[in-house]
Write a new protein. Structure first.
Length: 216
């Protein structure tokens, strides 16, 4: 009987799971930073009556002694609300991303996770923008020696990570497969065969010609 013809098209999933894993890693890192930034008291530092002071969204500290904010100020309330909603949205996006690995509706779950993470990043961006604008216009005129501190910086890093995770999940080519031509078939790709064997070790090797030694 004639030898079986080699399979000309070999398809496998691309680096989809790697992208999904990278997006989830960014999302988890962003969630941790969002929680730390929202909960800590170092959004800004300034000098008050020659004492080094710092404050966050919930408390202010003078000479190491911290006290809760007793006055309700609109920009603090808005920043708190945006940051808390961002944390909840980021957590929901991570859950959706995790369920996409084992779900038959992987495309819709991953897109939903991407949208949710983008919303989380935009909410945190709004909160930080409100805080930045009011702080610069108010504290910049009231205190001569002040600066943003590490909690505030962590918030901006969390925004970058969360938006990156959402963009990665939203633009992921779900369901697409990478197909290449096997040896012995007409080549339809410019990738050298040696490179393909490194990337896809399962490629079948062509049958040796009669009288020739087998290839390793």
């Amino acid at each position: 009987p004639p030898p079986p013809q080699p399979t000309c098209r070999i398809c496998e999933l691309p680096a989809m799971y790697t992208l999904m894993g990278g997006g989830l890693l960014c999302a988890v890192s962003g969630l941790v930073l969002l929680i730390v930034a929202t909960a800590t008291d170092f959004w800004m530092q300034y000098r008050y009556s020659e004492n080094l002071s710092n404050q966050g969204l919930w408390r202010f500290c003078v000479s190491g002694k911290c006290h809760p904010h007793t006055v309700s100020i609109a920009f603090w309330d808005a920043t708190r609300a945006f940051m808390l909603l961002s944390i909840l949205s980021c957590f929901a996006g991570i859950i959706l991303g995790l369920t996409a690995f084992s779900s038959n509706s992987r495309a819709s779950r991953t897109r939903s996770a991407g949208i949710t993470l983008l919303i989380a990043g935009l909410l945190a961006l709004l909160g930080l923008s409100v805080y930045t604008g009011v702080t610069v216009n108010f504290f910049g005129k009231r205190y001569a020696n002040w600066r943003f501190s590490w909690s505030y910086i962590l918030g901006w890093i969390a925004v970058i990570l969360t938006l990156s995770a959402g963009t990665c999940s939203w633009g992921l080519p779900i369901g697409s497969r990478l197909c290449v031509q096997a040896p012995g078939c007409p080549a339809l790709h410019p990738i050298p065969l040696s490179i393909l064997r490194i990337l896809m070790p399962q490629l079948p090797r062509p049958a040796p010609a009669l009288g020739s030694p087998p290839t390793p």
